[in-house]
Ligand binder design. Sequence first.
Ligand code: NAD
Ligand code: ZN
Length: 360
Amino acid sequence: MSYKNFPMVPRVIFGRGSFNQLNEVLAPKRLGINAPFIFLIDDVFKNNSWLKSRIELSYDDKIIFVSSKEEPKTSQVDALVEDIILMSKERPSGIIGIGGGTLLDLAKAVSIMLTNNGEAKDYQGWDLVKNPALYHVGIPTISGTGAEVSRTTVLTGPEKKLGINSDYTPFDQVILDSELTKDVPKAQWFYTGMDCYIHCIESLTGTYLNAFSESYGNMALDLCKQIFLEDNLSDLESQEKLMMASWHGGMSIAYSQVGVAHAMSYGLSYLLGTKHGIGNCIVFDHLEEFYPEGVKLFKRMKEKHNITLPQGICSDLSDREFDIMINISLGLEPLWENALGKNWKKIMTPQKLKDLYKKM
Ligand code: NAD
Ligand code: ZN
């Protein structure tokens, strides 16, 4: 048996208001006056002077606002890298991603592609990145995906939706300031928060489970139950706890895997562009067969927060379209193996998967 030797985020700041320390964190990392810091920020903050006033731009530093309407694409990463090369006199000092999973993943991918040749799609897979990424910082503004701790950046490419999984992907620095999450709309709070809950259920019930993943998974699951089922938390406590749940949920899957909901949700995302959080919720709602306890609790949380999920999103799909989704989904072998064991192909046949999709 050979055990995996995973990197972790080496530096993290946690605390309400800690975003104010960003400038002092970055200062020693500046490589020179011609090597700018590039801030990739969710464009939801474009007119947010509260956030912008906290970022001190010096020399050639630039803010690039990016829409998170669609999930990150390999072509989008390549275009951003090209723009950054053209606008910078020298290789940048660092990339700072500010936003949800979408912006965090873009920042990771851009920092990798600034030091590696070719196109982002060439690196989708496991351990294909050759050179260390540029210094990169992740600052989540919505909690749940665990993208702030993970060793992957999930990208949709021309042929597949698959992460760049590598030792160079994790952030060099993360800033966890729950104040940044205070204006997240309620429904989005639920969808992205449920991503974390689903990470826990899929990790804790998977065949890859081990004490490392279990301990993080249990911590995150306990926090999710407090946040989504109890009434006694203040907004501040709830925001801070969800930030930590996201972190622990991400740590849990780092040393195990996700499962059926993620494998199916990737199919929806690839074909229909369904976003990760809501896609996971749509799928998980129909997975009692695989996660009876987890789905029961999910339905209670959904009800408590008056969330109505879209129905019938697969009702008008052609056989060809179903085949595309099924191929994407069944291609994620480690997820299925984790969920259903080594003989998963006998359980999850293409027909069975199609029947499941048809319910959604
Ligand atoms: P997101 O980043 O797409 O953001 C969701 C919405 O919330 C957007 O409309 C955004 O503008 C808005 N938003 C974010 N912060 C806000 C704030 N403070 N106030 C108001 N609005 C705010 O969503 P997400 O669920 O965080 O991330 C989904 C992405 O993460 C997907 O692309 C998925 O593939 C990826 N993901 C990555 C990993 C990983 O380990 N790398 C894990 C899970 C998911
Ligand atoms: Zn997820």
